[in-house]
Ligand binder design. Sequence first.
Ligand SMILES: Nc1ncnc2c1ncn2[C@@H]1O[C@H](COP(=O)(O)OP(=O)(O)O)[C@@H](O)[C@H]1O
Ligand SMILES: O=C(O)[C@H](O)[C@@H](O)[C@H](O)[C@H](O)COP(=O)(O)O
Length: 248
Amino acid sequence: MGENLDHSTNSPLPVVGTVNDEENATIKPQGPHPSRQEKSDFDSERRPTHHLHRWIWFITGPTACGKTTIAKSLASALKFSFLEGDDYHPKASVEKMSRGEPLNDEDRAGWLQALKEHEIAQPQKKQTNGDDPEGKSRHLVTTCSALKKHYRDLLRQGGEEAKDLRVRFVFLDASEETLTKRAAERKGHFAGANLVHSQFEALERPDENEKDVVVVNVEGSLEDSERQAEMKLKEEMGKDDGSFLEVL
Ligand SMILES: Nc1ncnc2c1ncn2[C@@H]1O[C@H](COP(=O)(O)OP(=O)(O)O)[C@@H](O)[C@H]1O
Ligand SMILES: O=C(O)[C@H](O)[C@@H](O)[C@H](O)[C@H](O)COP(=O)(O)O
């Protein structure tokens, strides 16, 4: 999507210094930037200053599309925090999926709610302590299959409720055939190839009206998928103030 994003609604803010946390990144703006004084003029209640806003990227798609692998790679490249959404499925749901049985809306309700609460609770400032001097970024990359539109809508609500959130999605796009093969090859995961078909039955692909979804084709090599994903995230976040931010 990149190009799908509509900045006329939920207009994002300038992000100077937020692609990486300001504290540990060097960001070279190219082109004119508004001065600090100009930035402080973002006075609407819906538009806090760029110092406070938090990016929340949901990496989505059916089982074995690469959510965990690509989300970790993005978090590491951007120095964002990482959250594994699968960890919030209740035990009964994990057991169900291990048997190859699809979850239903009811099974997923509490899990989606937990992920929404995580968005909102994501710290507003970078967290550091003696054990973790590098710290945890206030920006988050998290995995969540988010197969249906109303699931994504629930996650969007987090962005409506917490005024400083910029909620975005990446949809990892590959065929059922490819994902069946990848799930079969994957070792030590509770979700097997027998879950893939039902995931495609449940899937409501993001449509052109979902302007906050970036589509990344993951049919090719993992390296290519990771590179594309990183490029599209940076492009999207760099658009915020109309200039390109180069992260070193
Ligand atoms: N182009 C690709 N994109 C993403 N994953 C890929 C790709 N090619 C191969 N894979 C492999 O597919 C598997 C995806 O697993 P995983 O990250 O656990 O997916 P998910 O979290 O969506 O279930 C990994 O073993 C990964 O190495
Ligand atoms: O909503 C669902 O049915 C699940 O979230 C599912 O889509 C997810 O993919 C599983 O949790 C398997 O875990 P992996 O996605 O990591 O294979």
